[in-house]
Design a protein around this ligand. Structure first.
Ligand code: AMP
Length: 181
């Protein structure tokens, strides 16, 4: 299974949807699910730029995994986003529910993504909220990378400042290298 990580606006959704479609992978975006199913109270926290709690997210992902034909053939976008979520996911791999994941990190500077987010104009893409989401990334999500290293989960960095087409090519090249295609 493939996990896409990166700061908000790094292109996870764009790249993830395309990759999932071209490789017939089940695409799971916790952000998309929440935009569809979040309660009004959860929506309020999301538009303020807060991450939701691990238990809320894990319940949702657990259900999504149950309804997938083949959880191994899946691509996760925006999950895991905390060390707690990562612990849970790696436990699922330990018990054989999913194969051990490989992580693609979409690497791009915050200045560059800020410009992109302001163009995108989602309800959580206003300047103060963007700052809050970056702060959440730094404090809650960035430690996931160290945790993955500690657990020997491979993390591949992709230069996400390139054009969407070039980023996609880099992803395909990277995956080909991993699989020795
Ligand atoms: P995204 O579309 O991935 O940027 O997610 C939009 C928002 O949904 C985030 O800013 C969070 O508020 C919430 N969210 C999505 N995925 C997660 C997650 N794995 N953990 C906590 N909150 C999440």
């Amino acid at each position: 299974m493939i996990i896409l990580m990166g700061v908000p606006g790094s292109g996870k959704g764009t790249q993830g949807k395309r990759l999932a479609e071209e490789r017939a992978l089940s695409y799971l975006s916790t952000g998309d699910m929440l935009r569809q199913y979040a309660s009004p109270e959860q929506h309020e926290r999301i538009v303020k730029g807060h991450l939701l709690r691990d238990d809320e997210i894990i319940t949702m992902v657990d259900g999504a995994l149950n309804s997938m034909d083949d959880p191994n053939q899946s691509l996760f976008d925006g999950f895991p986003r905390s060390v707690g979520q990562t612990e849970w996911l790696l436990k699922q791999a330990d018990v054989g529910r999913i194969e051990s994941p490989c992580v693609l990190l979409l690497d791009i500077s915050k200045d560059e993504v800020k410009k992109r987010l302001l163009l995108r104009g989602r309800s959580d893409d206003i300047p103060e909220v963007i700052e809050k989401r970056f702060a959440e990334y730094d404090t809650v999500t960035a430690p996931v990378l160290d945790y993955l290293k500690q657990k020997h989960v491979p993390v591949y960095e992709i230069d996400a400042a390139q054009s969407p087409e070039a980023v996609y090519s880099s992803i395909v090249e990277c995956l080909a290298g991993i699989k020795g295609e």
